[in-house]
Design a protein. Structure first.
Length: 182
């Protein structure tokens, strides 16, 4: 019964070892410990997965900050489809600055730090050649210790990654180019 009662001798180390033995990352006491660790280490988000179960914890009153950048994201996306029709004239003057025809540029919706992967050990969200849909997360931009997932906002194929992992980005900075289907 000791494996079933995680409260007996509840220190963070003993609970951690009991959770690992029982394999239940999603026990309420374990979640409380994770929240305490998030506070101690000033983490704003933790994403855990065990088999087919997944839990994502975010803390702080910054949820509106996550929603607010999404409201700004369509603004750069709206001019982007119009941009491919205008650059052919600009392409004659500066081919390097003009996006290729039939591509859409995903721009940073905020000032922050670009992350190509969820954590240093994880694979990149996307790479050149990957197919994406409108809701595919292509990167994270960290702004004021809030990790904001950036969606592709269109369907297509990644043809260019324009920034490096952990690179500072400004509002409107091009992050990716996507070849659209039409």
């Amino acid at each position: 019964m000791t494996a079933d009662s995680p409260k007996s001798g509840s220190t963070s180390k003993s609970d951690r070892s009991k959770s690992n033995r029982s394999g239940d990352v999603f026990d309420i006491d374990r979640i409380r410990q994770i929240v305490e660790l998030m506070e101690q280490h000033e983490l704003s988000e933790v994403d855990l997965q065990q088999s087919d179960d997944r839990i994502r914890l975010t803390r702080g009153g910054s949820q509106p900050a996550v929603a607010a950048p999404a409201a700004y994201a369509p603004a750069p996306a709206a001019p982007a489809p119009a941009a491919p029709s205008a650059p052919p004239a600009a392409a004659a003057g500066g081919a390097a600055a003009a996006p290729p025809a039939g591509t859409i540029t995903i721009n940073s919706p905020m000032v922050g730090t670009f992350y190509a992967r969820a954590n240093p050990e994880a694979p990149a969200f996307v790479k050149v050649g990957d197919s994406v849909s409108e809701d595919t997360v292509v990167c994270i931009v960290e702004a004021m210790k809030v990790f904001n997932e950036i969606p592709a906002e269109c369907s297509g194929k990644i043809v260019e990654v324009l920034v490096s992992d952990q690179e500072p980005v400004d509002f409107g900075k091009p992050l990716f180019r996507i070849q659209t289907g039409g």
